[in-house]
Design a protein around this ligand. Structure first.
Ligand SMILES: [Zn+2]
Length: 271
C-alpha cells in the first residue's frame, strides 16, 4: 500500500525538471506523494513557481529570497515579494535563512534579507521555510528579535538542543535524503530522538539525493525512501510516520489537501 505523503520541500521549478516535469509529478503521485511544496529562491523564478502550482490542487507555492543567492537579490525584490505574498497567497515565506557554510556569501547581506522577510511573514501572519547551514544559534537569535508564527526548518542539521529551541518557537524540522546514508550518524541519531510530531519529510529535489540515487537528480518520487529510512531508524510503522508527518506539514503550512477541500472552492483534479 502506498502512503499519503507530502514533499514539504522540492524545487520543481528548477531547469533540471524542464524536460519531464509533469512526468516527475505523475510518478511521485503514483508513489504516494500526494502533495508538493515548492519554495521560492530568487525573484526571477517566482512566476515559474506560481505557474506550476496554479494548475494543481496538490502543489503549493512558497515565495522568498534564498540566502544562497543573496548577491542576486535587490531591495526592490522585497517590495515585489510583499505584493505577491498579498495577491497570490503563498503558503509560506521561504526559503529564507542564513548560510554560513559558504564563505563567499556576505553574512550582512543575508541577515538583511532574512530579517526583512521575517518581518513580512509576521505582518502577513504566514509561516516561514528556513534554510540554515552552520548558523542555527544565529538564526535562533534573529528569530527572537523578529518573531514569526513558526514554520519549517528545512534540511535541519543541528543538535537535539537546538532542535528543541526551534520546536519551542513553533517550528517542525525537515528531514530528507541525507538520513538514508549510514554515515549520517549525527543526523540519524537526531531523527530517532526527536518527537515524531516535530518531523516533516522532504526531498529538496533536484538536490540532496538519497543513498539509492546517489549522483542522480533527486526527485519527489523518492520521498517514500526517506519514509522507509525513518521507519527503520525509529522502529515505528511507515503508516504512523506517514500519517503524522503529513499532518504536521498540513498544520504548519495550513494546507488544504484535495480530499479535505470542499468541491465548492477547490475542484478535485486528482483522485
Ligand atoms: Zn531548498
Amino acid at each position: 500500500m502506498t502512503e499519503f505523503l507530502i514533499d514539504s520541500h522540492c524545487h520543481l521549478d528548477m531547469p533540471a525538471f524542464d524536460n519531464d516535469r509533469q512526468q516527475v509529478i505523475e510518478n511521485a503521485r503514483q508513489a504516494g506523494v500526494a502533495g508538493f511544496v515548492i519554495p521560492g529562491t530568487t525573484a526571477e523564478r517566482w512566476e515559474k513557481v506560481l505557474d506550476i502550482a496554479s494548475g494543481a490542487d496538490d502543489i503549493w507555492p512558497a515565495l522568498g529570497l534564498h540566502p544562497y543567492f543573496c548577491n542576486e537579490h535587490s531591495a526592490t525584490d522585497l517590495d515585489r515579494l510583499a505584493d505577491l505574498a498579498r495577491s497570490r497567497a503563498p503558503v509560506a515565506i521561504g526559503e529564507i535563512g542564513l548560510d554560513l557554510f559558504l564563505p563567499h556569501l556576505d553574512e550582512r547581506k543575508q541577515r538583511y534579507y532574512l530579517e526583512a522577510q521575517l518581518d513580512l511573514a509576521r505582518e502577513l501572519d504566514l509561516p516561514v521555510i528556513l534554510h540554515i547551514r552552520k548558523a542555527n544559534d544565529q538564526v535562533l537569535q534573529i528569530l527572537r528579535q523578529h518573531p514569526v508564527k513558526g514554520g519549517i526548518c528545512h534540511a535541519f542539521s543541528g543538535s537535539l538542543q537546538q532542535a528543541g529551541k526551534f520546536i519551542d518557537l513553533g517550528f517542525c524540522l525537515g528531514f530528507g535524503g541525507m538520513i538514508t546514508y549510514e554515515r549520517s550518524r549525527k543526523l540519524r541519531k537526531l531523527a530517532k530522538e526527536l518527537p515524531l510530531d516535530a518531523i516533516v519529510l522532504e526531498t529538496d529535489a533536484p538536490d540532496m539525493s538519497g543513498a539509492l540515487h546517489r549522483y542522480q537528480r533527486n526527485s519527489p518520487e523518492y520521498l517514500p525512501e526517506v519514509l522507509d529510512s525513518l521507519a527503520r531508524l525509529r522502529r515505528e510503522s511507515r503508516e504512523e510516520i506517514a500519517r503524522q508527518t503529513t499532518l504536521s506539514v498540513q498544520q504548519q503550512l495550513s494546507l488544504k489537501t484535495p480530499d479535505q477541500a470542499t468541491s465548492a472552492n477547490m475542484p478535485g483534479n486528482h483522485p
